[in-house]
Design a protein around this ligand. Structure first.
Ligand code: PAF
Length: 283
């Protein structure tokens, strides 16, 4: 696996592959890799001749008081994992390399970046869409794989790519889970043992909603069921529990008559966990 620490290096590497008509996929990450990321890498590996992974803890998507300083990092282990998955090149820039010469240009998807998680974390999605645009321009992949776990991020990136005619395909990968259902996340290691046990309430509440959804209930009933299941975890603090149109993330009301996504953000201690599931009525 080739390690590229500069934009010029990764650009030249991909340019050479493309001279041989290679189909190139990218998996963008913030490191501290786990099975969730490796699932994205494996899917990219299946579809591409060459795979680039990126690791960059992007400061512009963290707000003041968020966990930028304590965000877990383990470069050596990440390299081993990516090497074992057959990744061809890893782009590992410093903050200086990514933003050193940058002015104040940014990319924003206004409709999607200010709602849901975006309303809780002002500026977060602007940071994401800007850095993802930069990474796409630097790596020039034919496709990129993103996890469905970050559903709003995936929806926003799809829209950005459509709106700005970016010449690549965006592929979603289903959420990878621990054996008990907890969605894999780099933040899980920061949960106390007690919170780790309670955190299963997220996937349990989503499973309950999926079951209920089959009988086309009222959206409000689904929300009550999800919140009741989450409340069974005594330490949980629900930051948001939303049921939205699965494609547009628009608000829904009345009877569930189309696929909807349930989006959860729940705090355990100081660890914010998110999870999601698309549910649909039986017919
Ligand atoms: O999902 C993430 O890890 C980050 O938001 C991303 C897409 C790598 C941008 O920094």
């Amino acid at each position: 696996m080739k390690i590229c620490r500069t934009k010029a290096d990764v650009r030249e590497t991909v340019r050479e592959w493309k001279r041989d008509d290679a189909h190139v996929g990218v998996v963008t990450t913030m490191g501290y890799l786990h099975e969730g990321h490796l699932g994205l890498v494996r899917l990219a590996r299946e579809k591409a001749d060459r795979v680039v992974a990126t690791i960059f803890v992007n400061p512009t998507q963290f707000g003041p008081g968020e966990d930028l300083d304590t965000y877990p990092r383990d470069e050596e282990h990440d390299l081993e994992l990516l090497e074992a998955e057959g990744v061809d090149a890893l782009f590992l820039p410093s903050v200086e390399e990514m933003y050193g010469a940058a002015g104040d240009t940014h990319v924003e998807v206004p409709g999607l970046s200010g709602v849901l998680q975006g309303a809780l974390r002002p500026g977060h999605f602007r940071g994401v869409s800007t850095v993802v645009t930069k990474l796409f321009h630097i790596v020039t992949p034919d496709f990129a794989v993103f996890g469905e776990k970050d559903y709003q991020q995936l929806t926003l990136i799809r829209q950005m790519v459509r709106d700005l005619d970016m010449p690549l395909e965006i592929i979603g990968h289903p959420t990878v889970r621990e054996a008990d259902g907890l969605a894999m996340s780099s933040r899980n290691v920061r949960l106390t043992a007690e919170h780790r046990q309670e955190a299963v309430a997220l996937s349990r509440s989503l499973a309950r909603a999926e079951e209920l959804a089959r009988s086309s209930p009222q959206i409000a009933d689904l929300e009550v069921a999800v919140r009741a299941e989450l409340a069974s975890a005594p330490s949980s603090e629900i930051k948001s529990a939303d049921i939205r149109d699965a494609e547009t993330l628009e608000e829904l009301s009345g009877t569930l008559d189309r696929p909807a996504v349930i989006l959860l953000a729940v705090l355990f201690g100081d660890v914010l966990l998110i999870d999601q599931r698309v549910v649909a009525p039986a017919s």
